[in-house]
Design a protein around this ligand. Sequence first.
Ligand code: KG4
Ligand code: ZN
Length: 342
Amino acid sequence: MQPVVLGIETSCDETAIGIVRGRTLLANVIASSVDEHARFGGVVPEIASRAHLEAMLPSIELALKESQVSLSDIDAVAVTAGPGLVGALLVGVASANGLAQGLGRPLYGVNHLAAHVSVDYLTHDQPTDPTIALLVSGGHSSLLQVDDITGSITKLGATMDDAAGEAFDKIARILELGFPGGPAIDREAVNGSASAIDFPRGLTTTNDWATRPYDFSFSGLKTALARYLESTPSYVRADVAASFQEAVVDVLLLKALAACKSSGIDSLVIAGGVAANSRLRAVAAERCEKAGIQLRIPSPALCTDNGAMVASLGSLMVSAGRPATQGAFDADSSLKVEQVSL
Ligand code: KG4
Ligand code: ZN
């Protein structure tokens, strides 16, 4: 029997509910408060928490309607327990707790980052693990070795400063392209030349490859870009966007493919909001094909925050016979990527 799992995601500004049956997606409802944050140039935690409270019940109702399952059909509830904004997470955890208790069903408190990777299981038939995973979102950038998505994740490296999505958001602000910056730069770059400006690739000196091959840094790139704008008053915005994007994409993939090579794992999953980037997807496809690496990237809508990814991880936990989270639990805003569930 394929378990029906309802997943709740509230770690940032999306109130998102997903329902899956086994590995089949039945509903994916997303209510975003992004427009309320746009004028502040970033997510305001208090606004996000209040929006989650308002959107929670209507979103659950809509997901049930979309999936045509009734509450009594639900076998388990999964919720993002962290990492994320603590007030925002708490709304999801409290709602999930109430729902699971009311239904008398098990509750799985799961890791947002592992959930990003696990959403790939809804798209591809073949089991993905073991795999290398490049996880690139607004809050995190890391390279992971995933031996078992329900319990064995090893961090190979991570960003030393900004997350990849954060770098996109900050550069978009400098270029006056609005918030969130990733999709805006992606669109602007289409009209620019990726080779117009040779921006630096962080942590790629011989010494870096020897000492921290799988870590990332975007601060040098940010500084180089700011200097370029200062010294070039007549700069072409599309060229700057395209060249910036190219530098990020290049370094992310250099390191991801190096991790595949040195681990002997010929499978790469790219996950998280930045995985929606069209240039990252295209260059990854080219390079992986050349290197004989099987590439999996979820559809763009499943890369950015959603409830399907939480339901997906919950469903995998149920199928693997992993224990549900026991008793009442708190959200953990700084949950480590290696801890798949509470
Ligand atoms: O995974 P996500 O939705 O939320 C977090 O867990 O952080 O990622 C959001 C990040 C934002 O920084 C956003 O600018 C970036 O993903 N992003 C993109 C694209 N779409 C979203 N970055 C580059 N290109 C895109 N098309
Ligand atoms: Zn995310």
